[in-house]
Design a protein around this ligand. Structure first.
Ligand SMILES: Cc1cc2nc3c(=O)[nH]c(=O)nc-3n(C[C@H](O)[C@H](O)[C@H](O)COP(=O)(O)OP(=O)(O)OC[C@H]3O[C@@H](n4cnc5c(N)ncnc54)[C@H](O)[C@@H]3O)c2cc1C
Length: 341
């Protein structure tokens, strides 16, 4: 039984910054994340520019997450990916965190940083579609350059679909957007831009079939049904943007459920503490007056949650960490960096 000081549930921005800060406070730290990668819901919009993070010039979300992950690894926390926390219960002096693979994790404190829960893209309901996910059927865009000079079809009419279409206009050979309703529902300015671009927009339309010559390889053409009539089009890539299903199934023990059971948020009773001593919350999952549901808000929560965890374990400890430049452990680990300053 390996006992950690802090176990963080969720490896999004709040979890990652909590891990960094926990290391800074000399705590033995673990992150448990359901998805195969760290970064949280920022993974949904990896190519989007972030403009509103203090001290950070506009940055592509993917790069921002890389930076956050690198920073989180400074003190080498233990990372468990593709692992879903199902229950958290208190034993005498520690918590037992049970995960979907049947493992029990042991920790003196827990920081819940599960954000909006587990996001899963709504998949295309066409038989056999799954096998193309390895080739040219996409639910997110990781590297936009992949689509250079390709004929790209995007299915969806919301912000995600229209934003991708606009981003792809200067890169792709052609962009076709199909949507099952009569009007696109995305932001007007983006819709206007798309309409003026010459991209093909097919309303009242949906994908009915994906076709390839060789079953094992890629989609070569698609069948689109528009107003009851089928047309066939050759495509290099198909992007599905039908939204996300959100699962908020962290099965809390009754003792740590928020007061209102219909509310999935964790209520902070101050300094990101919950009603259960030893369990803290950070990021979008936490509710308190004036909470900011943005990246910058997750950082403040992470600091508060880690400092609260430190004090819970050691009431004599400093209430907050020294500024990072005064932290000896940090200096040791970053001597090369300091030498350059
Ligand atoms: C489309 C979009 C655009 C945005 N743009 C901006 C922006 O420009 N600027 C800005 O500041 N903010 C922006 N935000 C908000 C920002 O993304 C969030 O505030 C931030 O991601 C919250 O981080 P978090 O770590 O609290 O939660 P999340 O990012 O949701 O991460 C939570 C993590 O917990 C994991 N998890 C959940 N349940 C479990 C479980 N039971 N077991 C294990 N793991 C679990 C999830 O898989 C996820 O990885 C945007 C959000 C969206 C959706």
């Amino acid at each position: 039984m390996e006992l950690f000081d802090v176990t963080i549930v969720g490896g999004g921005p709040a979890g990652l910054y909590s891990a960094f800060y926990s290391g800074l406070r000399d705590l033995k730290t673990k992150i448990i994340e359901f998805q195969p990668t760290l970064g949280g819901k920022v993974n949904i919009f990896l190519e989007k520019m972030l403009w509103d993070v203090g001290g950070q010039p506009p940055i592509v979300a993917a790069q921002f997450i890389d930076n956050l992950v690198n920073q989180a690894m400074t003190f080498q926390p233990t990372i468990c990916l593709e692992t879903k926390v199902q229950t958290i219960r208190k034993e005498q002096h520690y918590f037992v965190i049970e995960t979907n693979d049947g493992t029990a994790h042991y920790s003196k404190t827990v920081i819940i940083a599960t954000g909006g829960g587990i996001y899963k893209p709504i998949k295309l309901a066409i038989d056999g579609a799954k096998k193309y996910e390895m080739t040219n059927l996409h639910y997110t865009i990781k590297v936009i350059d992949r689509f250079r000079n390709h004929d790209v079809l995007i299915s969806g009419g919301g912000n995600g679909a229209v934003d991708w279409a606009v981003e792809l206009l200067p890169i792709a050979k052609s962009v076709t957007l199909i949507y099952r309703k009569e009007e696109l529902t995305a932001h007007e300015a983006q819709v206007r831009k798309l309409r003026e671009s010459g991209a093909s927009i097919m309303l009242n339309s949906e994908l009915v079939s994906l076709q390839s010559n060789d079953e094992k390889t890629a989609i070569e053409q698609v069948v689109i049904c528009q107003n009851g009539e089928n047309t066939t089009a050759k495509m290099d890539d198909i992007i599905i943007s039908h939204g996300y299903d959100r699962e908020v199934s962290l099965d809390f023990d009754a003792a740590i459920r928020p007061e209102r059971k219909d509310d999935y948020y964790l209520q902070s009773i101050g300094k990101c503490q919950t009603t259960v001593p030893g369990i803290f919350g950070a990021g979008d999952i936490v509710a308190y007056e004036d909470k900011v549901n943005l990246l910058i808000g997750t950082f403040q929560d992470a600091v508060l949650a880690v400092n609260s965890a430190k004090l819970y374990m050691n009431p004599e400890a400093n209430h907050y960490a020294m500024v990072s430049s005064h932290n000896e452990k940090f200096r040791e680990k970053n001597q090369a960096l300091y030498a350059q300053i």
